[in-house]
Write a protein that binds this ligand. Structure first.
Ligand SMILES: Cc1cc2nc3c(=O)[nH]c(=O)nc-3n(C[C@H](O)[C@H](O)[C@H](O)COP(=O)(O)OP(=O)(O)OC[C@H]3O[C@@H](n4cnc5c(N)ncnc54)[C@H](O)[C@@H]3O)c2cc1C
Ligand SMILES: NC(=O)c1ccc[n+]([C@@H]2O[C@H](COP(=O)([O-])OP(=O)(O)OC[C@H]3O[C@@H](n4cnc5c(N)ncnc54)[C@H](OP(=O)(O)O)[C@@H]3O)[C@@H](O)[C@H]2O)c1
Length: 418
């Protein structure tokens, strides 16, 4: 700790763009960052939330399509210490979820610093502090800041950046090409032949939306996919699986899910949707791939309104050539090819962070934490947030108790929210 104060005294560190933060810096003001901030409030720990966008929950507000609803029942999706309003339906719409998150931030008085894109975060061994560098954008003006803190909470999400695939001939293609994150509604594609690349939850639902808006979608399924009904006999499939996992081993639950899926959806293989050899839960755990929860796409595939096609060989000016040799005219391409984390580009840390994210869960060694990276969606984020706030809260109480016994002259710029 002595080293810390030596470093804090260094004039260079406290130039006007260098900011000391009491308590943790939380990077990201999505559901994970907000949940952590709210839990820290409950613990009496001050914090600073840094967000690259100019609003909270930017994924939900800016990069999702209009018809999106939460695909798990609401009680699995609410954040800690603040339930959804009672009148919300079982599967809240995206706008309802955004309203909820805004109320959540207001309720806990969470005020992130917006337009602060974290460029790097490095742990300083000597001082035992984190140095978090951001670029803040205000119109065309860019400013660099450095935040110094004892703890760092990574809350930038598993879906921070779009995955743009390399497809031969994509540059030659003359029609519109958009990523799923830019897709709002099928209206603009009315009457067009649209190639949807990717058959995750995004690709499946966008194909449905396109078909509902009188476009002609073809969905590219290059490998295998698990499709499960969102509900089985009126009960959420996810909820059933969660209940069964309390009593049965995962492989048994997987078998039951496949039987139920077959009873409700029939054999999907005949539509070109090949199931992986592992069951849906094992597939998720080992490959990190989320099973598709069907909300009507299969019916459209069955009726022929949505066509399933194999992998792309190449694109030409106005058509696609598939690996089976077939050629199809295409007016537009929607890349529903998924998302990835951006943490490796800015977090300079070699133990907690690995190629696969944070395999050891929510807590690293040197005051670094990760929330929302365990592939368990919103419920996983809430779980992490509670643990992280509990851990930091305990350390905060110990350290502040010690500090009360020493008088420290502090005339430096010191901000954090509380
Ligand atoms: C279309 C879609 C639908 C989904 N539906 C569901 C669902 O129904 N249920 C469910 O459980 N999960 C769903 N998910 C997964 C979903 O992403 C999350 O559960 C939830 O948004 C995760 O919250 P998060 O805060 O961890 O990440 P995000 O919501 O992605 O928030 C991360 C925040 O960090 C900010 N950020 C990123 N990089 C930086 C940086 N370098 N500096 C500063 N700020 C940064 C981002 O701008 C963003 O605001 C869906 C995902 C997508 C793409
Ligand atoms: N609430 C909801 O209803 C909802 C809606 C949308 C998304 N989500 C969630 O958001 C997250 C992201 O989902 P997502 O569907 O966007 O991404 P995803 O699950 O990662 O799926 C990406 C898809 O793109 C395919 N793909 C990638 N590159 C390709 C290429 N070059 N050619 C052909 N196919 C290619 C992948 O195929 P391979 O498997 O072969 O790699 C996969 O099918 C998931 O957690 C999902 O559950 C939820």
């Amino acid at each position: 700790m002595e080293d810390m104060f030596r470093l804090v005294d260094c004039e260079e560190m406290f130039s006007k763009r260098c900011i000391w933060v009491n308590g943790p810096v939380i990077v990201g003001a999505g559901p994970s960052g907000l949940a952590t901030a709210a839990c820290l409030k409950e613990q009496g720990v001050p914090f600073m939330v840094l967000e690259r966008a100019e609003c909270i929950a930017s994924l939900w507000q800016k990069r999702t399509y209009d018809r999106l609803k939460l695909h798990l029942p609401k009680h699995f999706c609410q954040l800690p210490n603040f339930p959804f309003p009672q009148h919300f339906p079982q599967y809240p719409s995206k706008n309802q979820f955004i309203d909820y998150l805004q109320s959540y931030a207001r309720h806990f008085d969470i005020n992130p610093r917006f337009n602060q894109c974290v460029q790097s975060a490095r742990y300083d061994e000597i001082s035992g502090l984190w140095r978090v560098k951001t670029v803040a954008t205000c119109g065309s003006v860019k400013n660099e800041f450095e935040y110094i803190c004892r703890w760092l909470v990574v809350a930038t999400g598993e879906n921070a950046e779009c995955v743009m695939p390399e497809i031969e001939g994509l540059g030659e293609f003359k029609g519109d090409v958009i990523h799923a994150c830019e897709y709002k509604c099928g209206e603009r594609f009315k009457g067009k032949k649209v190639l949807v690349v990717g058959c995750g939850n995004s690709g499946m639902e966008l194909s449905l939306d396109l078909s509902n808006h009188n476009a002609s979608p073809s969905i590219v399924v290059r490998s295998s996919v698990h499709v499960l009904p969102r509900e089985v006999f009126g009960k959420s499939t996810f909820e059933l699986a969660t209940l069964m996992l309390q009593w049965l081993p995962l492989w048994v639950v997987d078998k039951i899910l496949l039987v139920l899926a077959w009873l409700v959806l029939g054999n999907i293989d005949r539509f070109g949707l090949k199931r992986p050899s592992e069951g849906p839960l094992l597939w998720k755990n080992t490959k990190g791939k989320t099973p598709v929860l069907d909300i009507g796409t299969l019916e459209k595939i069955r009726s022929g309104d949505i066509k399933v096609v194999p992998a792309i060989k190449r694109l030409n000016e106005g058509c696609v050539e598939l690996v089976n040799g077939e050629k199809q005219d295409v007016d537009a391409v929607v890349l529903a090819t998924g998302y990835r984390s951006n943490v490796p580009s800015w977090l300079q840390e070699g133990e907690f962070l690995s190629e696969n994210g944070f395999p050891n869960g929510w807590k690293g060694n040197v005051g670094v934490y990760a929330v929302g990276f365990t592939r368990r969606g919103l419920s996983g984020a809430s779980f992490d947030a509670i643990k992280i706030a509990g851990d930091i809260g305990q350390l905060w109480k110990q350290e502040t108790k010690q500090k009360k016994h020493r008088t420290i002259a502090c005339h430096r710029r010191c901000i954090s929210q509380f």
